[in-house]
Design a protein. Structure first.
Length: 240
């Protein structure tokens, strides 16, 4: 499937459970087909071991051949300046950085009105158990990550595009309008969601899908699905 995909991701911390020679072989095979290899959500588990743990993690990833390091912003629970420092550290190691954002934020992470302009230090509030939606905060943090050198912004499917019948088209349009298609990747957890993205934003929209959906997605990218056309996946996947 190398000609149909751009990248391969080790979901979660799955690579931590695999022998290093096996990972190196998988990475080698991927590179032979011009496919980049990315980590999943794992950095957040390592930084609990101290400030140097993340740097060691980056070095280990580079050693086995990873090309991209994903940073799950919600799980990391770190100040914005620390996140930007991590992005720069990944870039300085010669790897690509891919911060992953969700639209829901811990209420304590949302600045007060007087602190909405980012760049200055803002003291962190005690952690809250309440999560609230803030699209503008997501976009501003993503913009700062791109300015720091991030190569791609991943948008978590939760509360945005996890289910085709409850897609948040308003949020998606706002994110793409500010960040652009080229630098944004959306999780598409099912074929109906993928079809919606292709029909709305064209075949070049960046989607992260399960390997079992690759061929269906390729069919969608290669066909003009106007309203007068039947879905290549069957009528049950057709969205107006």
């Amino acid at each position: 499937m190398g000609q149909f995909v751009d990248g391969l991701k080790f979901s979660g911390g799955s690579h931590s459970l695999m022998p290093k020679p096996f990972i190196e072989e998988v990475v080698k095979r991927a590179h032979q087909h011009d496919v980049y290899v990315s980590t999943g959500d794992w950095a957040e588990h390592l930084i609990r071991n101290g400030p140097s743990a993340f740097k060691e993690y980056v070095e280990d990833c580079k050693q086995v051949g990873f090309d991209t390091i994903e940073l799950n912003v919600g799980s990391l629970e770190i100040p914005e300046e620390t996140l930007l420092r991590y992005v720069r550290l990944v870039k300085s190691a010669g790897l690509k950085a891919k911060p992953k954002f969700a639209v829901m934020f811990n209420k304590s992470d949302i600045p007060s009105d007087r602190d909405r302009a980012f760049g200055a230090y803002v003291a962190r509030a005690p952690r809250s158990t309440e999560y609230v939606e803030d699209v503008d905060l997501l976009i501003r943090r993503a913009e700062r990550c791109l300015e720091a050198g991030a190569d791609m912004i991943m948008i978590d499917s939760d509360d945005v595009c996890k289910h085709a019948d409850s897609l948040r088209a308003d949020i998606i349009a706002k994110v793409i309008g500010r960040l652009g298609l080229e630098k944004t990747m959306f999780e598409a957890t099912n074929p109906r969601t993928s079809e919606w993205f292709i029909r709305r934003y064209g075949p070049k929209v960046n989607l992260f899908v399960d390997h079992s959906q690759v061929m269906d997605l390729e069919c969608l990218r290669g066909r003009n699905l106007g309203k007068s056309h039947r879905s290549v996946l069957s009528s049950s996947y057709f969205l107006l």
